[in-house]
Design a binder for this molecule. Structure first.
Ligand code: MF3
Ligand code: CO
Length: 252
């Protein structure tokens, strides 16, 4: 069931999204060779605690951390750990924040120190694919328009789009209907309406889109060991176009 939100409800989601944006800005300052993703986990937990925000991922299907931290060939759902990040690493930090029961979800990929040109290109293509998807999130368009915009661009750049994880509705629940596929056929799928709040969160691999899950039951990594990158925003569909609630001020 799709839960359409009122303007007032979207304003509440904007408040939790603002907190999430500020956390990502803090993380951006922290990321450098030598830092551990467990230090980022600790930063996020104390930031939220001080401000009455809730780390929604903790306890979600038994997940134990506020953040997912996925490094290099890890696609998503990596655990934060005590191992220092190295110069040249690519790390994606994903989290869901709630305030007064209203949620926002955003993942961002960060370059650790000086990264290779390959990593830079992967990051640019992945971020651009997210914004091309967002551009299609218009009243009257269909979900397939979003998926197609992402997939056609990414594959045109020689990369692949992960199939096994998708975007989703979000609001008072972390995962609401509909599922938002990052691939698809233009003109197909659910018609988008004013008041829908969705995440778009393409995961882009340099190699094959297929993945394996580690023995921890969570960490998804590329089947061929190739690099993977992800950017995710929470957005609201309005009659004036998509509003990116988790925008960090960069746009694309
Ligand atoms: N933030 C994730 C998403 O984009 C959900 C992570 S799964 C969890 O949908 F178990 F870690 F919470
Ligand atoms: Co997320």
């Amino acid at each position: 069931m799709i839960v359409v939100k009122t303007k007032e409800e979207i304003e509440k989601m904007q408040i939790s999204a603002d907190m999430l944006v500020n956390i990502h800005k803090g993380i951006k300052e922290m990321i450098k060779p030598g830092i551990t993703t467990m230090e980022i986990e600790d930063f996020v937990n104390s930031y939220l605690k001080e401000r009455g925000g809730v780390a929604e991922q903790i306890g979600y299907h038994g997940y134990e951390y506020a953040i997912c931290a996925s490094v290099n060939d890890e696609i998503c759902h990596g655990f934060p750990r005590n191992e220092p990040l190295k110069n040249g690493d690519l790390v994606t930090i994903d989290m869901v924040v709630s305030l007064d029961g209203w949620m926002a979800d955003s993942a961002w990929s960060y370059a650790v120190g000086e990264v290779s040109d390959e990593v830079k290109k992967l990051m640019e293509v992945t971020k651009k694919s997210l914004y091309l998807g967002i551009e299609q999130a218009q009243v009257g368009n269909r979900l397939g328009d979003i998926g197609h915009a992402i997939q056609s661009y990414v594959e045109g750049q020689g990369y692949s789009v992960v199939r096994d994880f998708v975007g989703h509705g979000i609001g008072r629940d972390m995962h609401e209907d509909p599922q938002v596929l990052h691939y698809g056929t233009p003109g197909r799928g659910l018609r988008l309406e004013e008041g829908m709040t969705l995440t778009i969160e393409p995961m882009v691999n340099v190699g094959d889109y297929k993945l394996t899950i580690d023995e921890d039951g969570w960490t998804a990594r590329t089947i061929d060991g190739s690099l993977s990158c992800q950017y995710e925003h929470t957005l609201a569909i309005t009659k004036d176009g998509p509003v990116v609630l988790t925008e960090q001020g960069e746009g694309y």
